[in-house]
Design a binder for this molecule. Structure first.
Ligand SMILES: *Cc1c(COP(=O)(O)O)cnc(C)c1O
Length: 484
């Protein structure tokens, strides 16, 4: 048995490299990261993947150890440059992600020290750091002292967490789900419908409140729908507003929705995954006014604080509702401290053991300071206005309404009978060329291009280059359509 233990220990030695080896590995990883970062400005905003069979072979998990330099080569060839380049300053599709370097260092340090961020007595420092970040986020949107929240993997899980808290606060149970009514607009992010489904609420009635010309909820209609449902004996329960829709960046009239929700006893959730954190900018506060009156808010630091993917947050104004929905105890979780433990992240989240994700948010905030984030967000708001004005001067383009935040929608040759095909072709051309990546959506049934500016790396020169790429692609399309 002793011999066998010695043999197994030797056979698993690769799991614990010695200090010298660690240094070598870290240097190789850092050099790889530097090579990647040196190229982000030039890298195409979109690249096709390598063939599947080649990737399957290269990425295969093996019995035996591989050389780190070789493995890094595989990553570079198969993963690092495949698809949309979320790190590109000219990635302007969907809601851009960033990837702050300091956040990568936070992940590295969190993984090395592996503090337990689920339960406060087990990782008091980690739990305090996360609770403090939640408090900072609550201050940013203007929430009171009793607000609580949790850092999630992203906006989808944040929305799900809020829906579950709202469900329990509203007394929605299998006995009455069929009578419960949810109010949304057709601009709602699809993760909310998915949340209802996961939370066992697929059979609730979902009412689509009409929107105005700016794609914002028309609040008088919300109240009429609620009154009709009340009269019909149904149970109006939840209204979801958007602080920045994914489609067009529109912000619903949050204060007006809050007033209606209060009057009729509904839970008001604001999906601010894209736009909520623009609350950091004084000039965006008027449009976001009322967010502080919501019962719950979703935020997404991996969008609007430029973190790498894997960082969302949900806040609940009366934190007791979050604790009611998610706290749990077990015999094997017992405070071992001589003092009362702080609130545990696990008591406000569906997760127990989880990544110490606070560090990837805390470190960039410490190293850059909040002022740098505020400046970067103000720059994005201004760049969106600049983009819209400049594009409106290019013949053939129709731009959408002045952006609430940093998404600009537009169409080329909107009056052409082939307008949808022309705009789809414009997007495809830009994608193939790779100078800038823009995505499309449908607004009022029409295929529409959108430019979403949110990366900390996107500056004036990138917007100018994007405008140039769009104008050139449009001319090329004119030539093509003229010749057919
Ligand atoms: C991105 C987004 C979500 C989903 O968040 P993930 O972080 O992708 O899970 C939800 N709502 C809105 C408005 C979004 O922009």
């Amino acid at each position: 048995m002793i011999d066998e233990l010695a043999r197994l220990q030797a056979a698993s030695a690769a799991l614990e490299p010695a200090a010298g080896q660690r240094r070598e590995l870290t240097d190789l990883a850092a050099a790889h990261a530097e090579r990647f970062l040196a190229n982000v400005a030039e890298e195409p905003a979109f690249s096709d993947p390598r063939p599947l069979d080649e990737a399957t072979e290269a990425l295969a998990v093996r019995e035996t150890a591989r050389d780190f330099a070789d493995v890094l080569g595989v990553l570079e060839a198969q993963v690092d440059h495949s698809g949309v380049a979320a790190t590109s300053p000219r990635f302007l599709g969907y809601i851009p992600g960033g990837g702050l370097y300091a956040a990568a260092l936070g992940d590295y340090l969190a993984a090395v020290s592996n503090r337990y961020a689920g339960v406060a007595f087990a990782g008091p420092g980690a739990a305090r750091l996360e609770n403090l970040l939640v408090r900072w986020l609550a201050d940013v949107i203007g929430y009171p002292a009793e607000a609580r929240g949790t850092l999630t993997s992203g906006g989808s899980v944040a929305n799900l967490t809020a829906v579950v808290a709202a469900r329990d606060a509203g007394g929605i149970s299998p006995a009455n789900t069929d009578q419960a009514v949810v109010y949304v607009t057709d601009q709602l992010h699809h993760s909310l419908l998915k949340s209802l489904h996961i939370a066992g609420l697929a059979s609730t009635e979902v009412r689509t409140v009409p929107t105005d010309a700016m794609f914002r909820m028309h609040v008088p209609d919300l109240e009429l729908l609620i009154q009709a449902d009340q009269a019909a004996g149904l149970r109006p329960w939840l209204v979801v507003g958007s602080a920045g829709t994914t489609n067009s960046g529109a912000v619903d009239p949050l204060a007006a929705i809050a007033a209606v929700a209060r009057r009729h006893g509904l839970w008001f959730h604001v999906d601010g995954a894209y736009g909520g954190l623009f609350s950091l900018c004084p000039e965006a506060r008027p449009i976001l006014q009322g967010i502080e009156q919501a019962d719950s808010v979703t935020l997404d630091p991996h969008k609007t604080l430029f973190l790498p993917y894997g960082a969302g947050a949900v806040l609940v104004r009366d934190g007791a509702h979050l604790l009611n929905a998610f706290s749990a105890s077990a015999d094997y979780i017992e405070n071992i401290l001589d003092q009362p433990a702080d609130l545990s992240p696990a008591d406000m989240s569906p997760e127990l053991t989880r990544h110490f994700r606070g560090l990837r948010l805390w470190l960039p905030l410490q190293l850059a300071g909040v002022a740098a984030f505020r400046a970067a967000l103000s720059e994005k708001l201004l760049l969106a206005r600049y983009f819209r004005r400049r594009l409106s001067e290019v013949p053939g383009f129709e731009v959408g309404p002045a952006p609430d935040l940093s998404v600009v929608v537009f169409r080329y040759r909107p009056d052409s009978p082939d307008a949808d095909a022309i705009n789809a072709e414009l997007q495809r051309r830009l994608q193939r060329e790779g100078r800038a990546f823009l995505s499309t959506t449908r607004l009022s049934g029409r295929l529409t291009l959108r430019c979403a500016i949110l990366s900390f790396r996107t500056h004036l020169s990138d917007v100018d280059e994007t405008l140039g790429a769009i104008a050139e692609a449009a001319s090329a399309i004119d030539a093509d359509f003229a010749s057919t």
